[in-house]
Design a binder for this molecule. Structure first.
Ligand code: HEC
Length: 150
């Protein structure tokens, strides 16, 4: 008889604690918070892994570069030569080699700003050229890639 009562009390305590655990506000809130943080994170990642364009800051910098280059400075550049020296190893002489996941430039349709931004800052496996090419070379070679389009 005493054993049954003790057993009953233990069962009661165990069950009532389970109940507290499940219906208690804190653990449920915690789960909800973690889920919404996770959702936010994956949304952010979706935004940064977009393949279509550079971010606004990078495009703004590219516009600055384009504005800083005079027509005269552009004429002093041989863009084909710049392209052969710096870009053809991945993109090929005609732009469609696409080595190492390089974009096929003959199928590109991005704006000049985006192209300059990409060449200046780099993207993915493409290394940045901000310390390699002058502003005039950056603009000239980006314009040149437009002539490779079919
Ligand atoms: C190391 C290999 C490599 C070299 C060298 C390289 N690129 Fe790229 N390029 C890539 C890769 C990879 C991508 C795709 C990047 C991405 O979007 O993840 C790309 C993308 C581009 C794009 C974007 C095309 C589009 O439609 O999105 C342009 C423009 C471009 N490259 C121009 C150049 C120019 C100009 C040079 C030389 C100054 C150059 N690249 C040198 C690998 C290279």
């Amino acid at each position: 008889m005493l054993k049954t009562i003790v057993f009953g009390i233990i069962v009661f305590i165990t069950f009532s604690q389970c109940g507290d655990g499940l219906s208690g506000g804190a653990p449920v809130d915690k789960v909800v918070t973690v889920q919404s943080a996770g959702a936010k994170k994956s949304a952010d990642m979706g935004a940064t892994s977009s393949t279509s364009s550079m971010n606004a800051e990078q495009v703004a910098k590219a516009k600055e570069i384009i504005a800083s280059v005079s027509d005269k400075a552009l004429q002093g550049i041989n863009p084909k030569k710049v392209f052969k020296t710096n870009c053809a190893s991945c993109h090929g002489f005609t732009g469609n080699l696409a080595i190492n996941g390089a974009k096929d430039l003959t199928k590109s349709n991005i704006s000049l700003e985006e192209a300059v931004a990409q060449v200046y800052h780099g993207r993915g496996l493409m290394t940045p050229y901000k310390d390699v090419l002058s502003a005039a070379e950056l603009v000239a070679v980006s314009k040149y890639t437009e002539t490779l389009r079919k």
